[in-house]
Write a protein that binds this ligand. Structure first.
Ligand SMILES: N[C@@H](CCC(=O)N[C@@H](CS)C(=O)NCC(=O)O)C(=O)O
Length: 200
C-alpha cells in the first residue's frame, strides 16, 4: 500500500538534503525518481507537481509542497517527535526560520553567483555579497557546533549540503577546519550515512 508521503527526488541534487531529513525523521515514504537530466529537463507531466520541473517536491495527504525550505519546515512540523526544529513559542523558533530561509534565499544563490562568476554589487541583489554570507556562516560555526547552537536541527541538513557543495564540488568556500569539522560532525550521523547509500 502506498504511504501518505511521496517524495519526488533526483540523485546529486538539492533533493539530497530532503532525503537526509526524511531519514533523520524516520517516517515512511514512497519515492518517485524524477529524471532531471534528460533533454529539456524533467518530463512535462512533472510540471503539475513543480512549476519549474525542479526537485525536491513532496505530496502529503493530498497537498503538494514545493521549495526545499518550505518542505523542510513542513516536515519538521508534521513530524515533531524527531525534535529537528524548535517548536512555536521556543526562543529558537525565530532563528530556526531565519536560517531555513537564509540557506535557500541567500547562501544558495550567493554560491551559484560565485561559482558562475556573476558580477554584481552587493546591494543590487536580494542575496547580497558572497563575502558577507561566508563571514556569517563562518562566524556562526566558529561559535557553536551547529547552525542553531549545541543541537543538530533541520537547518543543518540544508546548510551542511550547501557547505559540502561549496567546499568539495564548486570549491568556492575556503578549505578551513571550521567547515571540515562541521561536515565531519554531520557525516557521523547514522541518517546521513543512510541517505548516501539509499537504493530505490
Ligand atoms: N527553488 C527550488 C530549486 C530546486 C533546484 O534548483 N533543483 C534543481 C536540482 S539542484 C533541479 O531540479 N534542476 C532541474 C532543472 O532545472 O531542470 C527549491 O529550493 O526547491
Amino acid at each position: 500500500m502506498a504511504h501518505a508521503l511521496k517524495f519526488f527526488f533526483a540523485p546529486n541534487s538539492r533533493a539530497m538534503s530532503i532525503l537526509w531529513l526524511l531519514e533523520e525523521l524516520g517516517v515512511p515514504y514512497d519515492t518517485e525518481i524524477v529524471d532531471i537530466n534528460g533533454e529539456g529537463g524533467a518530463p512535462e507531466r512533472y510540471r503539475a507537481i513543480q512549476p519549474h520541473k525542479k526537485v525536491p517536491a513532496i505530496q502529503h495527504e493530498g497537498a503538494v509542497i514545493t521549495e526545499r525550505a518550505a518542505i523542510s519546515i513542513y516536515l519538521t512540523e508534521r513530524f515533531p517527535e524527531a525534535h529537528l526544529a524548535p517548536p512555536v513559542g521556543d526562543p529558537k523558533r525565530g532563528p530556526f526560520l531565519s536560517w531555513m530561509v537564509y540557506v535557500d534565499a541567500v547562501v544558495d544563490p550567493a554560491l551559484s553567483a560565485k561559482g558562475l562568476g556573476f558580477q554584481y554589487t552587493k546591494r543590487s541583489t536580494s542575496y547580497g555579497s558572497f563575502d558577507d554570507m561566508l563571514a556569517h556562516v563562518e562566524r556562526t560555526l566558529t561559535a557553536q557546533p551547529y547552525a542553531l547552537g549545541d543541537a543538530f536541527s533541520a537547518v543543518d541538513t540544508q546548510l551542511g549540503t550547501a557547505i559540502y557543495w561549496a567546499l568539495e564540488l564548486a570549491k568556492v568556500f575556503p578549505d578551513k577546519p571550521v567547515f571540515r569539522d562541521y561536515l565531519k560532525r554531520l557525516a557521523a550521523r547514522p541518517a546521513f550515512q543512510r541517505h548516501l547509500t539509499k537504493t530505490f
